[in-house]
Design a protein. Sequence first.
Length: 481
Amino acid sequence: MAPVIELEGVSFRYRVGSDRWILNRLGLTVMAGEYVLLCGASGSGKSTLACLLNGLIPHLIEGELRGSIQVAGTSPSACQVADFLDRLGLVLQHADAQLFNSRVDAEIAYGLESLGRAPEEIDERLHAIARRFAIEHLLERSPDTLSGGEKRLLALAAVLVTGPPIVVLDEPFAHLDQVHAARLCQVLQQLHLSGTTLVVIEQRVEAVLPDVDRCIVLEGGRAVYAGRPREAGEMLLRRHLIPSYPVRRVLPAPAGEPVLEARGLTCRLGGQALFRDLSFGLDAGRISALVGPVGSGKTTLIRALLGLTPLAAGEILLAGRRVNGQAPEQLAAAIGVAFQDPNDQFFTSRVEDELAAGSRALGRLDPLWMEQLCRRLDLDRLATQSPYRLSEGQKKRLSLAIALAARPRLLILDEPTVGQDGRCLEQLAGLILELADRGLAVLVATHDRNFARAVADKTISLDSVEPLPAEAAGSEAAVAG
């Protein structure tokens, strides 16, 4: 086999003159037809490397680049990004960054249209890839109305439909439930057998490790391990790239009034039913895991609890008082939230300003508590950086710190494990358990069942919530979870 990806002495930093090199004299080779897992701690340079391989860096993302990169015999920096469309397919870590058409079917067809394929071929391949990822029912929807998992599936379909010989996937299992993750594993195995070169960047290493030919670990912008997957397991545990969670605690039944109580909640998404008559309580000192398939309504439920999405029926009580119809800012002192997409809650240019903004507005700024949060969440060295320049894992941890800054009574986390390496998952589990021990009520929406089992005292499942009859669904708009 001949090499199709070759890096020699590659270094990159986002700001010229910065003393922080994201990649530092990196050397790397991937052979034609090889299936490679690329993993490493959050912020180790994995996503930066992905953007270098198809020319997003330096053509669209500026910085200082040194060294040599060859992909399929061509330097990405020497040609336009569009020239790589039929050579290398890249699915970005943040799916929203590459979805820009008004309908799902148009998004999938776009790459084929750009390559000049015939309409009949486009239609055939579009429906074939939609069936492969079980998203046929989404084809007429707008990508803006999809859940995080559905957007991930769409981004995968839109790239793979063109059949590129080299495929680079950045966190492809993020936001996917067990069924869709298994489906993706099958798709990747089939591509591998067909001779496609695969580079999968992933924190959920257990999902893909058994299938790959080689595992490469980045640390500090360099490859510190490159070897067979069967020999990598112990090393990944030792480096905390596979998490090891504490023994699950066993608590007596909660006493007293719930911090938040939901009674008979019914929600609709356009003409499609989500759930009805959903009731649960979130108790002080308890951790509840909100689980369910892709598109089942987890994020919609969270938005409804925050007053951001209207309910068709039901009521929400906060400390015994009905809060339906209250503006979100009226709930901010009691409820801290870390959204599924952390970019949705950033609006300043420095991490330290972002951390202080909410608690200062509520009159609850506590510098000592901020310092403790930064240490616990590995944010202390990032204070002067832009939130938008952080890795997705670092953004997730920043959004968690923001949610905790004003010391709320209820903490809501939407997919907090996405983009987190094993060590950060261990720290996150420990912090959530500690907060619950201090009396905080916690709701965690997640597809990571291992994490849910490690921390949750109870589970709220949308798997079995009775759907509304289709004819009863109204026209309210929402964003599904």
